[in-house]
Design a protein. Structure first.
Ligand SMILES: [Zn+2]
Length: 255
């Protein structure tokens, strides 16, 4: 087994709001990984919370990884419990009903000798590579399918819109989740949208090509390629994207 992880902040010294971690073994067999991308609130915006995004993703990611590794239910069950636990860790000064309460996108996977389970919420992604090299992306397309003229901010965590992990555990049931036999997975990768822009924004190749680069150059090598593409279009004149640079995280697991 080979596991490689990279997590690169968009603009140091600003903190990295991604979270990426792997647990081996998970309850004696296999393993688990969790990748989160904390949603950056508007610079001048009130979040109703005295905590920052890094506090939130560290709490949520740590709880989710612990529960997934302990096999405390399905991945969706574990995410729901992790959201519940993190919500309880806020204090009385935090208004968890605030629409900008700290929140994150999610990609997670767990495997044992028999099965690979996967879960994606919002615009994080998982790539599942078959032994024959075919790559299947696991994506939650609700955000990308919103009409362009709809302000995404208003459609967040709302029926008919898209969903992130915030303070409501019910959101876990809305994640794109499933499982495949382990014999059908040679490798898998979890990515935040700071890395999927390699394919989705810069068009450096399709998902199969991206997985190939992750295998060959490693997660840090691919992050470096994204940074080079961003630097070559620093005024965002050619490639449409919300931020010039974004926190970028990737976990590659070759089973
Ligand atoms: Zn708080």
């Amino acid at each position: 087994m080979r596991i490689e992880l990279a997590s690169d902040p968009a603009a140091p010294p600003a903190p990295n709001e991604d979270y990426a971690a792997v647990a081996l073994p998970a309850s004696g067999a296999g393993g688990a990984l969790v990748v989160l991308d904390g949603v950056t609130p508007p610079r001048d915006g009130d979040t109703g919370c005295v905590h920052g995004v890094p506090w939130f993703v560290a709490r949520l990611g740590g709880a989710f990884l612990e529960l997934a590794g302990a096999r405390a239910g399905t991945l969706a069950d574990c995410l729901a419990d992790a959201v519940r636990r993190t919500a309880a860790a806020h204090g009385p000064a935090c208004d968890l009903t605030h629409r900008r309460t700290p929140q994150a996108t999610v990609a997670a996977a767990r495997w044992d000798g028999e099965t690979v389970e996967h879960l994606v919420l919002c615009d994080a992604a998982l790539l599942l590579e078959r032994p024959d090299g075919a790559v299947r992306p696991v994506l939650d397309l609700r955000l990308s399918r919103l009409p362009r003229d709809l302000p995404a901010e208003e459609m967040r965590n709302r029926e008919g819109g898209f969903f992130t992990a915030a303070a409501d555990p019910e959101v876990a049931a809305r994640a794109v989740a499933g499982s495949v036999p382990r014999t059908e997975v040679a490798a898998l990768t979890a990515l935040t949208d700071g890395v999927t822009r390699w394919t989705e924004v810069f068009g450096l190749g399709d998902w199969t090509a991206l997985q190939g680069r992750l295998r060959k150059a490693g997660p840090q090598g691919v992050v470096d390629e994204v940074r080079a593409a961003e630097a070559a279009d620093a005024d965002r004149g050619r490639y449409r994207r919300g931020k010039v640079h974004d926190d970028a995280s990737a976990v590659l697991v070759e089973l």
